[in-house]
Ligand binder design. Structure first.
Ligand code: ADP
Length: 326
C-alpha cells in the first residue's frame, strides 16, 4: 500500500518540477526576444535620426550597427550564463529529489521488513518456549526446539547489531576501537559458529593462519557474518559456500563465494547502498533489511579496505574484501 503511494508522489513532484523549469526557460527566452526587439527598435530610431547629408554618416551608421551587435552579444552571453545556471540547478535539484524520494521509499520498505524481521523471531521463540513449558517432549525434540529458538535469537541479535551500528555510523559518532585483530582466528570462529547454526549446509574454508589487521574485532566479525549469512541465504541448500582468507600482494584478501542466483550487473553497484534490496519488493522471498552489505562496505572502508562483488563460476556471486596488511 505504502510503496504504491511513492510513485504517485514522484509524479506530482516531477510535474511541478517540469512546469517550473519550462516556465523559467520560457521566461528567459521571452526576456531575450523582448530585449533583442528593443535593441533593434533603438537602432532603428538612431538610424532614422541620422542626417543623410552628414559627412560622418557612414562612420556614425557603422557605430550604431556595432553598438547593436555588441548588445546582442551581451544578451546572448548573459542569457546563456543564466540558462546554464538554471539547467545546472535543475539537474542538481532533480537528482537530489529523486535520491531523497528513493531513500524514503527504501526506508519505508525497511520499516516494513524490520517489523516483520523483529516479529518472526519473537513469535517463534515464544511458541517454542510455550511448547517446552507445556509439553513433556523427548530429548531429541527438546533439542530441536532449543536449537531453533537459539537460531532465532541469534538472528535477532545480529539484526539489532546491524541496526545499532548503522545508526551510529550514520550519526558519525562511532569511534572504532584500534587493536591488533587476528583475522584468521576471527574468520575461523565465524565459520564454526555458522556450522553449528546450519549443520546441514556445506561451508568450505581456506583460511591462511595468523593474518593480522588493525581495527575492531566486533566490526570485522559483523562483516564476515553478514557475508556468510548472505551467501547461505541467497544460495540453494545443497550448494556449498566458500570462504577464503589469504595474503595476496601485500594485502589481506577475504572472499566469500556462493553458487546461488547471482546478482545482475545493474544491481552490483547498488546493493551496497543503505536499505537497498535487489529485485521486486512484492516477489522477493528472502528475509532481510538491506542493511547488511551497506554495513560491510562501511566496515571495510573503516578499516582502510574496500569491498567488491563479481560473478562466481559456474554460478552465484563472490564478495571480496581487501585490507592493507599490518
Ligand atoms: P538483505 O537484508 O536484503 O540481505 P544486504 O544489504 O545484505 O540486505 O544485501 C542487499 C541485497 O543484495 C540483497 O537484498 C540481495 O538482493 C543482494 N545480495 C546480497 N548478497 C547476495 C548473494 N550472496 N547472492 C545474491 N544476492 C545477494
Amino acid at each position: 500500500m505504502r510503496t504504491k503511494l511513492m510513485p504517485q508522489k514522484l509524479v506530482v513532484v516531477s510535474l511541478v518540477y517540469w512546469v517550473l523549469l519550462t516556465y523559467m526557460v520560457a521566461a528567459l527566452l521571452w526576456w531575450f526576444i523582448a530585449l533583442e526587439k528593443q535593441n533593434r527598435d533603438i537602432t532603428q530610431i538612431r538610424i532614422t535620426e541620422l542626417m543623410k547629408d552628414d559627412p560622418a554618416f557612414e562612420t556614425k551608421y557603422e557605430a550604431i550597427i556595432k553598438a547593436q551587435k555588441r548588445k546582442t552579444t551581451q544578451y546572448i552571453g548573459e542569457g546563456s550564463t543564466f540558462l546554464a545556471l538554471i539547467l545546472l540547478g535543475a539537474v542538481f535539484v532533480y537528482r537530489a529529489t529523486r535520491r531523497q524520494l528513493k531513500l524514503s521509499q527504501q526506508q519505508q520498505n525497511f520499516m516494513m521488513a524490520i517489523t516483520h524481521e523483529l516479529k518472526t523471531p519473537i513469535a517463534v521463540t515464544q511458541l517454542n518456549l510455550e511448547t517446552l513449558q507445556k509439553r513433556k517432549l523427548d530429548e531429541e525434540k527438546q533439542q530441536k526446539l532449543i536449537n531453533n529458538t537459539l537460531q532465532e535469537a541469534n538472528r535477532l541479535n545480529s539484526l539489532c547489531n546491524n541496526i545499532l551500528l548503522a545508526s551510529q555510523l550514520d550519526a558519525g559518532n562511532y569511534l572504532r576501537g584500534e587493536e591488533e585483530v587476528n583475522l584468521s582466528d576471527l574468520a575461523e570462529g565465524c565459520v564454526d559458529d555458522f556450522r553449528t547454526r546450519f549443520p546441514h549446509r556445506q561451508i568450505q574454508e581456506q583460511i591462511t593462519p595468523s593474518l593480522y589487521l588493525n581495527g575492531e574485532a566486533l566490526l570485522l566479525q559483523m562483516l564476515v557474518n553478514n557475508l556468510l549469512e548472505n551467501a547461505l541465504k541467497y544460495s540453494p541448500k545443497e550448494k556449498p559456500v566458500t570462504i577464503i582468507l589469504a595474503e595476496v600482494n601485500d594485502r589481506i584478501v577475504l572472499t566469500v563465494s556462493d553458487e546461488g542466483q547471482g546478482i545482475p550487473p545493474q544491481e552490483k553497484k547498488r546493493i551496497f547502498e543503505k536499505f537497498y534490496r535487489a529485485g521486486d519488493e512484492n516477489t522477493r522471498k528472502a528475509k532481510g533489511t538491506g542493511l547488511g552489505l551497506y554495513l560491510c562496505r562501511k566496515i571495510a572502508e573503516n578499516h582502510k579496505g574496500y569491498i567488491s562483488v563479481t560473478d562466481n563460476s559456474p554460478s552465484g556471486s563472490s564478495f571480496t574484501v581487501t585490507f592493507p596488511l599490518v
